[in-house]
Write a protein that binds this ligand. Structure first.
Ligand code: ATR
Length: 272
């Protein structure tokens, strides 16, 4: 193999990235391989040295290393700096460059459905790491954000960060309310639904114009998305975000367009 890529994290056995990237290399006949490695936190430094020594050109970074990898890198792209988290590393001419494609991957996954972002209203449920990247990217696109989290202090902290970056955001109660009638984009970023449990509140009364996204992709349709669909909304699961963050990482490493359709098919086949 001419080029080597990987994903590091812990746990890692459920990562779908190898299927998506390897399908892309096959489609474009690129002589490359993408592997996954479980890296425990106390071995992070050695594993970075190892990947460099073994000739890896780049790797994705997932939980729990997205923030802790930063001190080992030589440069950060503006996207990584803004999120203070790295999901993609490029090793080039002895330099390690940290990048983040999560936020822009999310934007790409919803832009066909949403068309315009500027001035539209987004409500984000949750305030964890996954929400942060999405919120900062949506704010940069000019959306007006409302962040609702079970623990309000975390939502307020995220709002402060967005305001500091020049975005528009406020926080509110983690409950249904008037916002349901005016929301253009509703994003579910909490871990509720991963274990197939119902979302804590009903979406009854939601605008039928709303695009409703759940960043969970396994199950492919959470109870949250099922309810939104029943109420007449367009819905999307987290596969789109996974696909486009991968496609953007691919483009960052290889400098050419990723075969998104084939990569998406590989993801779906793996999940079915
Ligand atoms: P990630 O990095 O994947 O976003 P995280 O930082 O642990 O993970 O954040 C998980 C999010 O899911 C948080 O917003 C969390 O709410 P709290 O900040 O109140 O903990 C939310 N969450 C998890 N379980 C929840 C539940 N049962 N009800 C509501 N929110 C929940």
């Amino acid at each position: 193999m001419e080029k080597h890529f990987a994903v590091i994290g812990d746990p890692i056995e459920h990562s779908l990235s190898p299927w998506m990237h390897n399908a892309g290399y096959k489609t474009l006949e690129i002589d490359a391989e993408y592997q996954r490695f479980r890296v425990e936190t106390n071995h992070l430094a050695e594993s970075i040295k190892g990947l460099c020594a073994l000739g890896f050109s780049g790797w994705n970074v997932t939980i729990p290393h997205k923030e802790s990898i930063i001190p080992y890198l030589d440069h950060l792209t503006p996207q990584a700096k803004r999120a203070q988290a790295v999901n993609t590393v490029k090793y080039h001419q002895g330099q390690l460059i940290g990048h983040n494609t999560d936020g822009d991957g999310f934007i790409r996954s919803v832009e066909v459905d949403l068309r315009e972002f500027e001035g539209k209203k987004a409500v984000l449920l949750g305030a964890g790491g996954a929400c942060k990247g999405i919120a900062l990217a949506l704010a940069e696109q000019g959306m007006e954000l409302t962040i609702l989290n079970r623990t309000p202090e975390k939502a307020e902290k995220l709002v402060e960060l967005i305001l500091k970056e020049g975005g528009k955001a406020s926080s509110g109660r983690f409950a249904p309310g008037g916002w349901l009638e005016t929301v253009d984009l509703l994003v579910q970023t909490t871990s509720v639904g991963l274990h197939r449990e119902p979302f804590p509140f009903s979406l009854e009364g939601i605008s039928k114009q709303a695009l409703v996204v759940d960043i969970i992709f396994n199950p492919m349709e959470t109870l949250f998305l099922k309810e939104a669909k029943k109420l007449g909304c367009r819905t999307q699961n987290g596969l789109g975000m996974l696909l486009y963050q991968g496609a953007l990482a691919w483009e960052f490493w290889l400098g050419r367009q990723a075969p998104v359709e084939e990569m998406g098919k590989a993801l779906k086949n793996r999940l079915l």
